[in-house]
Design a protein around this ligand. Structure first.
Ligand code: 5GP
Ligand code: MG
Ligand code: MG
Length: 180
């Protein structure tokens, strides 16, 4: 937990996020339009706002499930070792699955999670991330759909936290420290 003072500069507005989600949902519907049921898997906790907006734009039969993988803890550094803290409630064998993540950074988390879920033999599995920081990648992973590519900045808002704060901001902002 940090006590350093910081301000948040808006990077992506709520309006821009909403417009991008409409576009992304058209692509998802093109891919999964014939599904009998799509299992939408949110990665806790950062994706909770994104998944809520996404499913309300998706005119498909869906189920929602959640998975929690360890990542930063409360620090600003990624941990390369990914652990599953909370697994899915439901089986996904033979199902259509969409994994929803907040940010792809080093790529370790989504790479690990998608490999794990693929090993359970879904019929189709795709992933979507609201944000992508390609310059930070450490493993060769690409999400099927991306909301926005961003530079190497620490961001908060729209579900994404800094030490558990700022998840309730309606936009994506970058953290700027105002003292050393
Ligand atoms: P990766 O395993 O790709 O390095 O990290 C993915 C996770 O790190 C994301 O799901 C997110 O939880 C966290 N993360 C990456 N970049 C940021 C950031 O700028 N701000 C916050 N709050 N978390 C981030
Ligand atoms: Mg995350
Ligand atoms: Mg976090």
């Amino acid at each position: 937990m940090s006590d350093r003072a910081y301000v948040i500069d808006e990077m992506i507005s709520a309006k821009a996020i909403a417009a991008r989600i409409e576009e992304l949902c058209r692509k998802i519907t093109d891919e999964f339009g014939d599904t009998d049921k799509l299992v939408v898997v949110g990665l806790l906790r950062g994706s909770f706002v994104f998944i809520a907006d996404l499913v309300r734009e998706l005119d498909l039969p869906i189920e929602v499930d959640f998975l929690e993988a360890s990542s930063y803890g409360d620090s600003m550094e990624s941990s390369r070792e990914v652990r599953i803290l909370k697994d899915l409630r439901g089986a996904i064998e033979g199902r259509d699955v969409l994994v929803v993540e907040d940010i792809v950074d080093t790529g370790h988390t989504l790479n690990h999670v998608t490999n794990l879920l693929v090993s359970r033999k879904p019929k189709r599995l795709k992933s979507i991330a609201l944000l992508d920081k390609p310059s930070r990648r450490e493993v060769d992973f690409r999400s099927d759909w991306i909301g926005f590519e961003i530079p190497d900045e620490f961001v908060v808002g729209y579900g994404i936290d800094y030490a558990q704060r700022n998840r309730n901001l309606p936009f994506i902002g970058k953290v700027r420290f105002t003292e050393a």
